[in-house]
Design a protein around this ligand. Structure first.
Ligand SMILES: O=c1nc2n(C[C@H](O)[C@H](O)[C@H](O)CO)c3cc(O)ccc3cc-2c(=O)[nH]1
Ligand SMILES: C[C@H]1O[C@@H](n2cnc3c(N)ncnc32)[C@H](O)[C@@H]1O
Ligand code: SF4
Length: 359
């Protein structure tokens, strides 16, 4: 397999005209098979209180916001999970604000239930999910300590954290200046600790947040460095920034489809054996072209819940997703939150293995 230098990656990301076509064609031929996967999930936004305030985010609310979800309770969570069970969803996606217990209202709500922090409550919810439903937890709670990852590993099939980008420079711009948890050092540390613990891991980059081409290249190389060392990265999400009303980045443009295509293609070249996901709901009319550039996964798609991070972007119907995929000469296959290569006792706790074996 060829190794790509930073300079080569930058030059591919700068490709123009026919060179774009040849990049796409090389990347497409690297994809190992003709199957595109998705995970049928339900999205549980346990809290939208967050210690960070990213310039692109409408998910995070402040406690005084009338619409703020301070903490979902057991009944609310299991109403959704049980409904998900009926739809045969296999993934319970727990995505929420980072370190919410630093906010007194969440702290109080957790204490009221007998928990001193969010990770302990999440552990309890994941544990109950495994006991009482046919769904597998995939948690995406932001930056965590190694001990916290270790605890959650027992009750999660896989976990995730978007690297977003390795740029320290963005910490000084409206994008990440109010988000201590987006410090690339902390994100890299979390992803590396997950590697030390053999946790099947999803990460990815957010494209169009003011990062340079060079910073895109550096970010991909950093994920590659980590994966070469630990081998736990199951999937890389290449996510395009979507402008929304009311955020500091409201008037920013989303990245062009060509920038996105080139990122997907280069990611495929650097990671021949890793899932490359582009969320279909963020690319309404363009999603198919990413399959041409080597993407092989649509990510979590829900028949039931909306994408709370991008609430304006509805999921395609599964039948439409199938048609879109087949039109490209490819077939659509459901997967679990954890990718097949990682379904082994090397990566998963006995409890998760037993659950998967019972399917
Ligand atoms: O691991 C992650 N999974 C995220 N997922 C889930 C992801 O699509 C699937 O859980 C993975 O593909 C599982 O491997 C999201 C799903 C949504 O519906 C909306 C947003 C996200 C964001 C993330 C994310 O940041 N990290
Ligand atoms: C859950 C993930 O969603 C992404 N995210 C947050 N806000 C937006 C937005 N406006 N557009 C696209 N992706 C976004 C971030 O990458 C975060 O880590
Ligand atoms: S993207 Fe995540 S970390 Fe950033 S403000 Fe939103 S919820 Fe918080």
């Amino acid at each position: 397999m060829p190794e790509y230098s930073k300079e080569e990656i930058i030059s591919l990301l700068n490709a123009k005209g026919k060179n774009i076509l040849s990049l796409i064609s090389t990347a497409e031929s690297q994809r190992d098979n003709g199957t595109i996967t998705y995970s049928k999930n339900v999205f549980l936004p346990l809290t939208d209180i967050c210690r960070n305030e990213c310039g692109y985010c409408t998910f995070k609310k402040t406690p005084d916001d009338k619409e703020a979800r301070i903490l979902m309770n057991y009944q609310e969570i299991f109403d959704i999970l049980n409904e998900g069970d009926k739809y045969n969803c296999k993934e319970a996606l727990f995505t929420f604000g980072e370190r919410p217990e630093e906010t007194s209202q969440v702290k109080a709500a957790l204490e009221d239930k007998g928990y001193s922090n969010m990770v302990d409550y999440l552990y309890f919810i994941c544990d109950e999910t495994l006991k009482n439903t046919g769904l597998l937890p995939h948690s995406n709670p932001g930056v965590l300590k190694k001990k916290e990852l270790e605890l959650l590993n027992e009750v999660n099939a896989s976990m995730g954290l978007m690297l977003e980008n390795t740029s320290k420079r963005l910490m000084k711009t409206i994008v990440h200046e109010k988000s201590p948890g987006k410090d690339p050092k902390l994100r890299i540390k979390t992803i590396e600790n997950a590697g030390k613990l053999n946790i099947p891991f999803t990460t990815g980059l957010l494209i169009g947040i003011g990062e340079t081409i060079e910073e895109r290249a550096e970010s991909l190389l950093e994920i590659k460095r980590i994966n070469d060392k630990y081998g736990h990265i199951q999937e890389i999400i290449i996510q395009n920034f979507k402008p929304k009303q009311g955020i500091p980045m409201e008037s920013w443009k989303e990245p062009s489809v060509i920038e996105m295509i080139k990122m997907v293609a280069v990611t495929r070249l650097l990671f021949p054996n890793t899932g490359v996901q582009v969320p279909p709901n963020l690319n309404n009319h363009n999603a198919q072209v990413f399959l041409l550039a080597g993407a092989d996964d649509w990510g979590g798609v829900s028949p039931l819940t909306r994408d709370f991070v991008n609430p304006e972007a509805p999921w395609p119907e599964l039948e439409d997703l199938r048609k879109m995929t087949e039109e490209m000469g490819l077939s659509l296959d459901e997967r679990l939150p954890v990718y097949p290569d990682f379904i082994s006792s090397e990566f998963l706790s006995d409890r998760i293995m037993e659950k998967i074996n019972s399917f």
